[in-house]
Ligand binder design. Structure first.
Ligand code: GRF
Length: 190
């Protein structure tokens, strides 16, 4: 079986990244996590990736002249490692249309897209009285939180939920969703 060489981009704690790394340990998993790249040195996920034996790299946009420098450095790092697919996992930076046109990328977003694009999705769902919420894995397109949907996980909104409790329930669903969606996406690339 050919494994798709995959990079994970993170900005924070990296719990979805950890779920992907764990899934990719299975011998029949169709992706190999080649490298984890963060845009900040204090991203908690870096230590987790390191402990799991995955190469890590930090590219701080400020250190390389902002977005153009960041994307050039990212391009070089991905090309040098023969990466074929990128997974954005809590990566808090908007990539240019040029970059998105050059690389295949997946993203995980904490809502049932197309509902609640952008930030604070859990609070907004609760404020609307939504009875169902969830998460979406989609192909990255130039417009934020759009792009073809690969898979979704539905999570009920329960009485007494606050944004934190709802976020926790959605996050648990994300940890099963993203590995399954990456598996499905790889089928298309193999
Ligand atoms: C997740 O809720 C994901 O949907 C969103 O950012 C959060 C990242 O969490 N894009 P983690 O860093 O994977 O723990």
């Amino acid at each position: 079986m050919r494994r798709i060489e995959t990079a994970i981009l993170i900005s924070g704690r990296g719990s979805n990244m950890a779920a992907l790394i764990e899934a990719a340990r299975a011998p029949d998993y169709p992706a190999r996590i080649r490298v984890v790249i963060a845009d900040r040195t204090d991203a908690g996920g870096l230590a987790l990736a390191d402990a799991a034996g995955v190469e890590t790299l930090t590219i701080a946009p400020k250190a390389v002249g902002g977005r153009p420098g960041f994307e050039a450095a990212l391009d070089a790092a991905l090309t040098a490692r023969a990466v074929e697919l990128i997974c954005l996992a809590g990566f808090m930076r908007i990539l240019s249309a040029d970059f998105v046109g050059r690389w295949r990328a997946l993203n995980i977003h904490p809502s049932l897209l197309p509902a609640y694009k952008g930030l604070n999705t859990h609070a907004r769902a609760l404020a609307d009285g939504a009875r169902e919420h969830g998460a979406t894995v989609h192909w990255v397109a130039p417009e934020l939180d759009s792009g073809e949907i690969v898979a979704q996980a539905r999570v009920p909104v329960l009485p007494g939920d606050d944004p934190e409790r709802l976020a926790q329930r959605v996050l648990e669903a994300e940890h099963a969703l993203y590995p399954a969606a990456l598996r499905a996406a790889c089928r298309r690339l193999a």
